[in-house]
Design a protein around this ligand. Structure first.
Ligand SMILES: CC(C)(COP(=O)(O)OP(=O)(O)OC[C@H]1O[C@@H](n2cnc3c(N)ncnc32)[C@H](O)[C@@H]1OP(=O)(O)O)[C@@H](O)C(=O)NCCC(=O)NCCS
Length: 176
């Protein structure tokens, strides 16, 4: 199934991260770190100091994967969305990951970003499928994926550890 076109979504701009974004990213990651660490692995200390963060950003820019910032209509950094596993087997699949700042939750930004990235990769034509993993205790994330046309792959469940506890991740896929 392709991405639905009837979702009511907020205006959103996506752009690839670059060094000029360092201060915005620093504030975004610092002010949301406690929230994000409940759901995804903690960032290393290099993400919380301007000069080391600039090096992190340069490394991301040189990476074959793609790292986008989500900005509101007013230009505020509201979230991040990534495409990983680009250039690795299977070559026609990439993995989507995303995070939205706590004060911007529930406004549709994650859905808008997933739809925008799916449209972008569909237009580029290199990929036939996107995959994403949502933890079984994270209904917001699986809701985002389902709303954007992803389907649960019942054979794709895996267990990881987060903060010392086992966490079940469900695989979702979108056919482009
Ligand atoms: C998951 C996350 C990206 C969602 O961002 P968001 O911008 O709030 O998402 P949206 O507003 O586009 O959509 C969220 C949907 O989940 C629903 N939702 C939110 N919290 C929920 C909950 N506790 N239970 C059930 N549904 C929930 C919302 O109602 C909405 O669905 P709806 O529009 O059908 O009502 C955000 O919570 C986040 O960054 N979490 C921390 C990082 C993370 O978990 N990343 C994903 C890793 S798999």
């Amino acid at each position: 199934m392709n991405t639905p076109s009837d979702l009511a979504l907020p205006p959103l701009t996506l752009h690839e991260i670059c060094e000029e974004d360092a201060l915005d990213v620093l504030e975004f990651e610092s002010s949301n770190s406690t929230f994000f660490e409940k759901w995804v692995p903690a960032r290393g200390p290099e993400h919380f100091e301007e000069e080391s963060l600039k090096q992190v950003i340069r490394d991301l820019m040189a990476d074959p994967d793609r790292f986008y910032l989500m900005r509101s209509e007013a230009g505020e950094l509201v979230g991040r969305i990534n495409l990983r596993k680009l250039g690795s087997e299977p070559l026609d699949t990439a993995e989507l990951g995303y995070r939205v700042g706590e004060k911007h939750l529930g406004k549709g930004y994650a859905k808008a970003a997933v739809v925008a990235v799916a449209d972008l990769v569909r237009a580029q034509g290199d990929l036939t499928e996107l995959e994403a993993f949502a933890a079984d205790n994270n209904p917001a994330s699986s809701n985002v994926l389902r709303a954007c046309g992803f389907r649960w792959d019942k054979d794709g469940t895996k267990t990881v550890h987060l903060n010392g506890n086992p966490l079940t991740l469900h695989r979702f896929t979108l056919t482009l």
